[in-house]
Ligand binder design. Structure first.
Ligand SMILES: *Cc1c(COP(=O)(O)O)cnc(C)c1O
Length: 385
């Protein structure tokens, strides 16, 4: 079976499965076992089977499936999205490297770079993803990598990803993208030329709001070196979580397509609502990055944000009144979530930083779920009335 030729829907279910099946079982059993017989005499330590080395059948099935979904040579699952991000950056920037990194970032990544890099002897400069001409001046002799996110949180801006890849190639840098918000359903970074695609599988890849996991996807050589580092740092994924992620990923394509459709419908409705000042959704023609998103992505995703016309009081009232969504941070699950980023994902930023990024106290972020949009839209309208 040539998996690369199969549709994304088929790969999400079948790619990488164990062959032959264990006792004929249709799903991969949980290998709840930390000791394995040592059968190959003279083999290397990394041929020893041990959960921390991410080489159990549960890890291998997920790695093969993730690689098949994004069209990459290899992949690795990790204990969290942050384990994928921190282990990758520590490995790629080893011994005093410098990183060019997008100025709008997931909060945990921002904190890791701005708080922890210095102690590890690493350095960074922020780059504005919309201004490729300004990047060259920030290169240093020890610059090793450039890092962006598929879409930013919470304004859903889309960087010029092709320019990022071209710049990395021209200057011999490793190009890294956090593809969590787009998912392989909407964006395939490896096909565009990125070296590494990272995920918080906690979000869309699992999709059921019941685990924490991460992934690193890329070339055999890069993934091998990051897996090796992960074995030392210890951020392996537990086999139970592997099993849940394996199950969740089988419905990824169905879920994300429904989330794309629901978010587009909800964004369109909010954009016309008299009580709404502004909607940020890359699928709307008025979004500043709409043309770029249409060119790069096959869907615009399930995340949007909006500002009520009457400011903070109206935002608080909306969150109190809306009934179907859960008021909480995180994203990517089957249930719709609403949150005010200044109180959750962006709570650590100063007033100045928030103003510079254009994130107001009234801004509401929505992770659109797979409920009926015929229930979501009236619920949002009633809460805004
Ligand atoms: C949640 C998230 C992360 C971190 O993932 P965890 O699984 O919580 O460690 C990284 N990047 C993005 C874009 C995220 O949304």
């Amino acid at each position: 079976m040539n998996e690369r030729k199969l549709g994304l829907e088929t790969r999400a279910i079948h790619a990488g499965r164990l062959d032959p099946r264990i006792e004929g079982a249709a799903v991969t059993p949980i290998f709840q076992c930390s000791v394995y017989e040592h059968t190959t005499e003279g083999a290397d330590y990394h041929d020893v089977r041990y959960p921390r080395l991410s080489n159990l059948p549960n890890h291998a099935v997920l790695a093969r499936r993730l690689a098949a979904l994004e069209g990459a040579e290899d992949a690795l699952v990790t204990a969290s999205g942050m384990a994928a991000i921190s282990t990758t950056l520590l490995q790629v920037l080893l011994e005093g490297g410098h990183l060019l990194i997008q100025d709008q970032l997931y909060g945990g990544t921002h904190a890791f770079v701005t708080h922890d890099f210095h102690g590890f002897g690493l350095s960074y400069d922020f780059i504005s993803p919309d201004d490729p001409d300004s990047w060259k001046a920030k290169l240093r002799s020890n610059t090793r990598a450039v890092y962006v996110e598929a879409m930013t949180n919470p304004l859903l801006q889309v960087a010029d990803h092709r320019a990022v890849v071209d710049f990395a190639r021209e200057h011999g840098l490793v190009s890294i993208i956090d593809n969590t918000f787009a998912t392989p359903v909407n964006f395939l970074p490896i096909a565009v030329g990125f070296d590494l695609s990272l995920h918080s599988c906690t979000k869309y890849l699992n999709g059921h709001t019941d685990l924490v996991a991460g992934a690193v996807i890329g070339s055999t050589e890069l993934v091998r070196s990051i897996r090796h580092r992960l074995g030392h740092l210890g951020g392996c994924l537990d086999p139970h979580a592997c099993f849940l992620l394996d199950r969740g990923m089988k419905t990824l394509v169905l879920r994300v397509r429904q989330q794309n459709a629901n978010a587009q419908a909800l964004a369109g409705c909010l954009a016309q609502h008299p009580a709404v000042e502004r909607v940020n959704y890359p699928g709307l023609p008025q979004h500043p990055d709409h043309t770029r998103a249409r060119e790069l992505f096959s869907g615009f995703g399930g995340m949007l944000s909006f500002e009520p016309r009457h400011g903070l009081e109206a935002a608080r009232r909306f969150l109190d009144r809306v009934e179907i969504p859960i008021n909480g941070p995180s994203l990517g699950g089957v249930e719709t979530l609403v949150t005010r980023p200044v109180t959750t994902s962006h709570a650590n930023l100063t007033e100045d930083e928030l103003r510079r990024l254009g994130i107001s106290a009234a801004l509401i972020r929505v992770s659109v779920g797979i409920e009926s949009v015929n229930d979501l839209i009236p619920d949002f309208e009633a809460a805004l009335a």
